[in-house]
Design a protein around this ligand. Structure first.
Ligand code: 13P
Length: 291
């Protein structure tokens, strides 16, 4: 199946009160593992790529071609969108050009007027090509690709203005942060989320920093309009734990002296990713939705 824009799957999720999982990919193995798990689960999925991961994987075109070819090679039948995560203004344009089917333009660090103007331009460009767009209001805390921002609480009025530009889904800071939550974290501001959902007239909302939030709290957010949950760190953690166990047990040492075979060595990590993806698809409700 060809890659699709995320608009339709997110719209269905919003109507059906579940969320599409958006998993960050960093290489071929993760892409393959996530797609394999989603196909098995009959779950629509968003594969997302940060600008740093794009660079690591040799650019937007390489990533777009790799994902398209893996989808075709594995015979994936569930809807798959390829999405730029936290795109810059230039990055969003480059991703659109290279064949991404969805982009996030993160202008949350600009003064609001500038965020508004740039969001408007990216939305018009993406929509002219049938590509979905996510914009952000109120920075998401934590650090990603070396960019750190404090957890913010989005202004519902600013959310309303950006929503009215015709953005397909909106990321709004509600106390969520990327990476590991500190022990004294106060939780998601679900009241603010409800206010934002009302102010945006039911625009599908995005929850960044999906790792480490209790599943019940995520489900409460889904009930209040979240239709896309971003997950990155969780997959890194399970991959690293499985690989650590494998190496510590000395299983990578090839007794027959045939050398280091990445197909064997990376297998435990990939299997751990598949299991975690299945768990998250079940937890946030998209499991079986593409059956
Ligand atoms: P986590 O790394 O906390 O799961 O967040 C991922 C994310 O929000 C990507 O944009």
């Amino acid at each position: 199946m060809a890659l699709v824009s995320a608009t339709e799957m997110i719209k269905k999720a919003h109507e059906g009160h579940y969320a599409i999982c958006a998993f960050n990919i960093n290489n071929l193995e993760w892409t393959k593992s996530i797609l394999t798990a989603c196909e098995k689960a009959k779950a629509p999925v968003i594969l997302e790529v940060s600008e740093g991961a794009n660079k690591y994987m040799c650019g937007f075109k390489t990533v777009a071609n790799m994902v398209k070819n893996i989808v075709e090679f594995l015979g994936i039948t569930v809807p798959v969108a390829l999405h730029l995560d936290h795109g810059t203004y230039e990055g969003a344009k480059a991703a659109i050009e290279a064949g991404y089917t969805s982009v996030m333009f993160d202008g949350s660090h600009y003064p609001f007027e500038e965020n508004l103007q740039k969001s408007k331009e990216i939305i018009a460009l993406a929509h002219s090509k049938g590509i979905s767009v996510e914009c952000e209001v109120g920075g998401i805390g934590g650090s990603e690709d070396g960019v750190t921002s404090a957890g913010e609480q989005a202004d519902p009025n600013e959310c309303k203005i950006i929503a009215e530009l015709g953005v397909d889904f909106l990321a709004a800071g509600i106390g969520n942060i990327h990476g590991i939550y500190p022990a004294n974290w106060k939780g998601l501001n679900l009241d603010l989320l409800k206010t934002i959902q009302e102010a945006t007239n039911g625009k599908p909302l995005v929850l960044h920093g999906g790792t480490g939030i209790p599943y019940d709290m995520v489900r409460s957010a889904i009930e209040r309009g979240v239709s896309k949950v971003n997950i990155n760190t969780d997959l890194q953690l399970v991959f690293a734990a499985a690989e650590r166990e494998y190496f510590e047990a000395g299983k990578d040492l090839d007794k027959a002296g045939k050398g280091f075979d990445p197909r064997k060595v990376l297998k435990p990590g990939c299997q751990a990713i598949e299991a975690k993806v299945e768990e998250l698809l079940k937890a946030f409700g998209s499991y079986g939705k593409a059956a």
